[in-house]
Design a protein around this ligand. Structure first.
Ligand code: NAP
Length: 312
């Protein structure tokens, strides 16, 4: 059986850590090319300096996976869709909501699959939490997403440049879990955003969210920090009338009232490629704008503060 061919655009940390191993492990796509502006390569696969060069050289390519920083995603996605390719986009799927809405229209016109891969949503512990919350009375949700940017994103200056999301680059993973597990939408009511004096994007942020009046969801908060020393924390604590759920380790482990319920090995990217393959087979798209909307809303209603300059 001939596998659909895929080009990987952007050969950085996430492409190497997750995409290439997941493509190999699932065996659903043939990795046919990579695109790397600085000419980086991976074993046995041709490298192109730009997506345009790859599309011209490999007209039969079926799909692309975009693993670049978000600021260049809109242009690359439009280019790929118009060339007739199915497109998987790493999170966050675009730099702005307008760009994302445009991509939905482009995919419809091109009749190709567009998949915004919010990877954290693909953890079994997230699915189980969603199932348990479907009928629950939720008193509160507290997100704590604190990591050391120097450890996890060394030298990635794009994160602190306009359009790079700053602390929302990891924080949006928590928001993608939040929008997935809650039975009703929540809205950002207030936010405090702290940007270093020499950078464009926030290095820390707190969000206050709530649902529409009359819903079964109480106070929802998020605390994002990019300067966390010591223990790194990616957790969501949910207090319900029936007990407490702790979704920890980036949404990969679930504990209910202190009792471990789910702790799966990290297979989220394999699930992503299986879902992408299924969507292509079904002639469908899967685009979720909610996490990006919450970040945009935080920037609209939030108060901005200048804080100490940041250097690596
Ligand atoms: P990264 O290590 O900086 O890699 C980004 C890569 O994209 C670089 O190799 C860069 O090449 C390339 N690139 C930039 N513009 C390009 C273009 N126009 N065409 C082709 N390639 C281009 O960043 P990353 O950590 O992999 O993150 C990439 C995306 O994945 C981000 O949106 C991030 O939020 C997401 N993500 C990251 C992680 C993680 O753990 N790091 C986890 C999940 C998701 P040059 O260096 O040559 O410019």
């Amino acid at each position: 059986m001939t596998l659909p061919t895929l080009g990987l655009v952007g050969l950085g940390k996430i492409a190497r850590d997750q995409h290439i191993p997941a493509i190999a492990a699932t065996g659903l796509f043939q990795l046919a090319a990579v695109v790397s502006p600085d000419g980086a390569s991976t074993d046995g696969v041709p490298t192109f300096r730009s997506q345009a060069e790859m599309l011209a050289a490999l007209p039969g390519l079926d799909a692309v996976a975009l693993c670049t920083p978000p600021a260049v995603r809109h242009g690359l996605t439009v280019e790929a869709l118009r060339a007739g390719k199915h497109v998987l986009i790493e999170k966050p799927p675009a730099a702005t909501l307008s760009e994302l809405h445009d991509l939905v229209a482009e995919a419809e016109t091109a009749r190709r699959t567009l998949f915004t891969a919010w990877h954290s949503q693909f953890n079994p512990a997230v699915e189980e939490t969603k199932r348990r919350l479907a009928e629950a009375d939720i008193r509160s949700v507290a997100i704590t997403w604190k990591e050391d940017v120097r450890r996890w994103h060394p030298g990635q200056d794009w994160i602190f440049a306009a359009g790079g999301f700053g602390v929302f680059d990891p924080g949006i993973n928590a928001l993608s879990i939040l929008t997935d597990i809650l039975p009703a939408p929540v809205f950002v009511r207030a936010a405090e955003l702290h940007a270093p004096a020499n950078r464009d994007t926030p290095i820390a942020a707190t969000l206050e969210m709530s649902a529409a009046p009359g819903s079964r969801i109480g106070r929802v908060t998020a605390d994002f920090d990019f300067l966390q020393q010591g223990e790194q924390t990616w957790s969501i604590v949910i207090e319900t009338e029936d007990g407490r759920l702790d979704l920890t380790h980036g949404g990969t482990r679930l504990t209910v009232d202190g009792v471990p319920v789910l702790a799966e090995p990290d297979t989220e990217y394999q699930r992503i490629y299986r879902h992408f393959h299924r969507l292509i087979g079904d002639g469908a798209s899967d685009v979720d704008a909610r996490p990006l909307s919450l970040v945009a809303d935080a920037c609209m209603v939030g108060r901005w503060h200048r804080t100490d300059a940041f250097d690596w």
